[in-house]
Design a protein around this ligand. Structure first.
Ligand code: PLP
Length: 921
């Protein structure tokens, strides 16, 4: 017998309370009425049973009946499927044995060797099944950030047979614009099927078929059943062709839902709307309570959610799952263990409230590096709100928070509790708290930050693995000794200003009170910035604070600066100062100029907001006469000065520099800012590729190498170049995969050589030269070179230099890197450089693998007594032209800032270094 296809053609023609008449139009029933009313005119019960009976039978007698064998069809299941299609307003509905069984049936529509595009933050079981398809069916799976619709576009090729979405995501409640993504898919890859996992919302709150999806499925184990007493999956769609294929598969593999579970699920669905209403109302109260205490809460129902507008456009409610961070994993564990009503359990959707810590429970199978790369905080607590009385739920949670020490009694009359100051938490919070305690103990307020801060951070060069990195190949990146430098000088007029010397000499100042403070309270110390930017704040700054006349580069840079400034202001003081920044790096040539700028502004702002502090470090023991007392003791940009900045400070800077990079670039990998903060060299592999461990690893023992960087000055579009390679791969997967494999082995070989302490330097240079040539040839085959880069390569390879050069970064213009062997004669190098300059290229001699972030120490030290004199270096210099002085022997006292801004790039480095004692990461 043919498998059953439940059709719901009658859904648009349901009986109404009264017949339609010229004076009374037909009104469709509301959702909760549909839920509670199980009716199917085509399946009348012979005895008029009010509840659908359980047809607990495997076989049916007779030859001409509608049913013969339960695998193919069963009346209890048919009732359920018809009901599900009805509440989803779908033409077809299927009930199978679990949510994963539903996805299994759906993915059987995927053609072998075709491509699936899926989110990068999916339910773990979904990832497991996709990995299986990748490993066994030759299917290519691209995990992309579907919360950013434009990130999907480069992958929408004719090979794509399925796009798999989940919204909101679990447990960070990120939102996908299902309507926008579906429209993009229909336009660019019309044969691809858009599939949505709707488990978090249920059909009551979200019906993606109405927004362009082709197939929707739910783990009915969750809200649809509501009681955690059965496993089930539901699939609905409107397309007859897809329904036919899926019905065939369900009958073939035999995972249709059993009669007893169909009965239970049908019973559960009847109360879906009423349960959800109650759960959602309580969830909102819980979210508001936690938000009110000052926790970072992820819930699309809060104004603070960055994509609330998108969610409201697509869904009818915000659901009953939320999550929040406490700033401390141990504290989170105490809270979870301290609740009584909230059961500690994975899963969600039950009438009982559940609490869990995803990183130690449901997401523990994902390795910590990948969790970190996905921005999943280790201290995250997920709450799945049930139908208990909300007062009891709030009370129980409040009690657990109080007992754990996460909240404390408030002195205000408006609120009983407030969030306790982060205590015994990460080292930075500890340091911040310690500072506050010290100051309160002497009865003063924290003094205003009133110093100048001089900061510098390096650019980077990608030595191997560019482009291929997008496809899971390891890239090797190293810091260069070309850097961005910044100086902040205090102001006392309630204004903040920037002067970006290399960005069209852009200067602007803002009155602090004019910034859009109504849009954010900032991020509390000890809290992490959410992994998505606060779009409202971005829009607010752009609209209200950025001058229209600025160039797009100046707009972006000041947006990043103001965004960080506002996010780092939380309840406290708003520091007033000027920041001037400039670089010895070429801007926009792929050498990490933006990341080094991001690191400089993040560091300066963290210092000015007193979120990081520089501990006075003990002087290394000195033998008498080793240094004269006039020697500032500064450390050169080299390996020796490392580790004077504590790792927790470096990590905090890196997190905020990454936020700035997001403002500047949308979806950066994080490599550039990491190299800029930590210096040296690192190997980076994108996460989400089978058999590869994603994440960043420093290359220990990296030997400093000299390179010539040649800027072709040809502008290029990185996104288009990356998309070009992706398109070539989609068209010719075999050829391109062979190239990618070859690049991986080059990258592995280079990494081994660079870290090998036994390898003679001459052998290392010879090996790297060969690998550079090989890697460049592959990049040419990927189609990302450019005639100007080939000309640079030819010139460096010609007699007498015979040097190896490859393009670096995106290619298509930008920079080339040439390895300079130790034996190269200075005269020859000079000839080569001037010949390249004559051709119109920019040249930069650099060594790679040096120090990361540097901060000029604010401490002066009495060399005799070994006691700190206090924070006097660098001194606060008077405003420009204030008083006569001796600086630079110019007859006029010139502030540090004035000199900083006027030095030639060649003199700047030396002048900065001679300011005092530099501390490096
Ligand atoms: N999709 C999501 C979002 C889920 O949370 C789950 C289970 O937790 C599934 C699918 C898989 O459903 P099941 O466990 O019913 O197979």
């Amino acid at each position: 017998m043919a498998p059953s296809i439940s059709t719901n053609k009658s859904v648009h023609d349901l009986p109404t309370p009264e017949p339609e008449s010229p004076v009374r139009s037909r009104k469709p029933y509301k959702f909760s009425t549909l839920c509670a009313t199980v009716e199917n005119p085509n399946l009348k019960d012979q005895y008029g049973a009010s509840s659908v009976p359980i047809y607990q039978t495997a076989t049916f007698k007779g030859m001409a009946g509608e049913y013969d064998y339960t695998r193919s069809g069963n009346p209890t299941r048919s009732h359920l499927e018809n009901h599900l299609a009805k509440i989803y307003s779908a033409s077809h509905g299927f009930a199978v044995s679990s949510g994963m069984a539903a996805l299994d049936i759906i993915t059987r529509l995927v053609r072998p060797n075709s491509t699936i595009i899926a989110g990068d933050d999916l339910y773990g079981g979904t990832n497991r099944l996709l990995n299986y398809l990748r490993n066994n069916n030759g299917v290519t799976v691209h995990h992309v950030d579907t919360t950013n619709p434009s990130s999907i576009i480069p992958y929408l090729t004719p090979e794509v047979s399925m796009v798999l979405l989940e919204s909101p995501t679990n447990p960070l409640l990120k939102i996908v614009d299902i309507a926008k993504v579906s429209a993009q898919v229909k336009e660019r890859a019309p044969d691809a099927v858009v599939v949505v996992d709707n488990t978090m919302m249920s059909p009551y709150l979200q019906r993606p078929l109405e927004h362009g999806a082709d197939i929707v499925y739910d783990s009915a184990t969750k809200y649809l059943s509501g009681h955690h007493d059965l496993m089930a999956g539901v699939v609905v769609c409107n397309r007859d062709d897809l329904a036919k294929q899926m019905a065939f598969m369900i009958n073939s593999v035999g995972n249709g839902l059993s009669p007893f579970d169909s009965f239970l699920l049908l019973r559960g669905v009847k109360t879906l709307a009423i349960r959800m209403d109650r759960q959602q109302t309580s969830a909102r109260l819980v979210a508001e309570m936690l938000h009110g205490f000052g926790f970072n809460v992820f819930y699309p129902g809060l104004d603070s959610h960055p994509d609330r507008d998108i969610h409201e456009r697509i869904a009818d409610g915000t659901g009953a799952v939320l999550s929040f961070t406490t700033g401390d994993k141990g504290l989170s564990e105490k809270i979870v263990a301290g609740t009584r009503l909230w059961g500690i359990s994975v899963s969600f959707g039950c009438v009982n409230s559940l609490i869990s810590m995803p990183c130690v429970m449901s997401h523990a199978s994902i390795d910590p590096a990948t969790r970190a790369a996905r921005g999943l905080p280790e201290d995250l607590i997920r709450l799945c709100v049930g139908i208990e009385d909300s007062e009891d739920l709030l009370d129980d949670l409040e009690h657990a928070l109080f007992e754990a020490g996460a909240i404390e009694l408030s002195t205000s009359t408006e609120q009983r509790y407030v969030r306790a100051k982060p205590r015994a938490m990460d080292p930075i919070s500890r340091a911040v708290e310690k500072l506050a305690e010290d100051l309160s103990s002497i009865g003063t307020k924290r003094p205003k930050e009133n110093r100048e801060w001089l900061v510098s951070a390096p650019g980077k060069v990608i030595l191997f693995g560019e482009h291929a990195v997008v496809h899971g190949v390891t890239a090797l990146a190293a810091s260069v000794d070309l850097r961005c430098y910044s100086i902040t000088t205090p102001r006392h007029d309630g204004k903040v200003s920037v002067h970006l010397i290399d960005v069209d000499d852009f200067r602007f100042e803002w009155k602090l009170e004019d910034l859009p403070w109504d849009l954010t309270d900032g991020v509390a110390p000890g809290e992490l910035h959410s992994d998505t930017l606060d779009q409202k704040v971005i829009d607010g700054i752009l609209k209200r604070s950025i001058p229209d006349t600025a160039s797009s580069k100046a707009k972006n840079a000041s947006l990043a600066f103001l965004y960080l400034y506002m996010m780092l202001t939380h309840g406290g003081e708003r520091p007033s100062f000027n920041l001037s920044a400039r670089a010895t790096l070429p801007i926009g040539a792929g050498l990490g100029s933006s990341a080094s700028f991001s690191v400089c502004i993040a560091t300066s702002l963290l210092l000015l907001h007193q979120r990081i502090s520089i501990p006075p470090i003990p002087e290394p023991s000195r033998s008498p006469g080793a240094r004269s007392s006039t020697d500032p003791g500064h450390v050169h940009v080299s390996h020796q000065g490392r580790r004077a900045i504590p790792p927790e400070v470096a990590e905090e800077v890196n997190r905020w520099a990454f936020v700035s990079e997001k403002v500047l670039h949308g979806t950066p990998s994080g490599v550039d800012n990491s190299v800029s903060v930590f210096g040296g060299a690192l190997a980076y592999t994108k996460s989400g590729f089978v058999g590869k461990k994603g994440g960043m690893e420093p290359i220990q023992g990296f030997k400093s190498l000299k390179f010539l960087l040649t800027d072709s000055k040809v502008p290029r579009d990185t996104k288009a170049l990356v998309a070009g390679v992706a398109a070539r791969k989609a068209k010719n997967p075999e050829t391109i995969n062979t190239i990618l494999d070859a690049i991986q082995s080059i990258s592995d070989e280079a990494r081994r050589a660079l870290a090998d302490p036994e390898l003679e330097r001459a052998d290392l240079l010879a090996a790297l030269s060969a690998l550079i040539n090989e890697n460049h040839a592959h990049l040419v085959k990927l189609g990302v070179s450019h005639s100007s880069l080939e000309a640079i390569r030819a010139k460096t390879a010609s007699e007498p230099h015979k040097l190896s050069t490859k393009l670096t970064g995106a290619g298509g213009g930008g920079c080339a890197v040439t390895l300079l062997p130790d034996y190269l004669e200075q005269a020859n190098l000079e000839k080569l450089v001037s010949s390249l300059e004559e051709d119109g290229y920019g040249t930069y001699l650099t060594s790679v693998g040096g120090s990361g972030l540097g901060i000029l120490s604010p401490y002066n030290r009495d060399p005799e007594s070994h006691l700190d004199d206090g924070p006097v270096t660098p001194p606060e210099t008077p405003a420009l032209g204030d008083s006569p002085g001796t600086e630079d022997g110019a007859g006029l006292y010139r502030s540090h800032r004035a000199v900083f801004e006027s030095k030639s790039p060649a003199d700047l480095v030396e002048w900065m270094e001679s300011r005092g004692r530099w501390l490096y990461v």
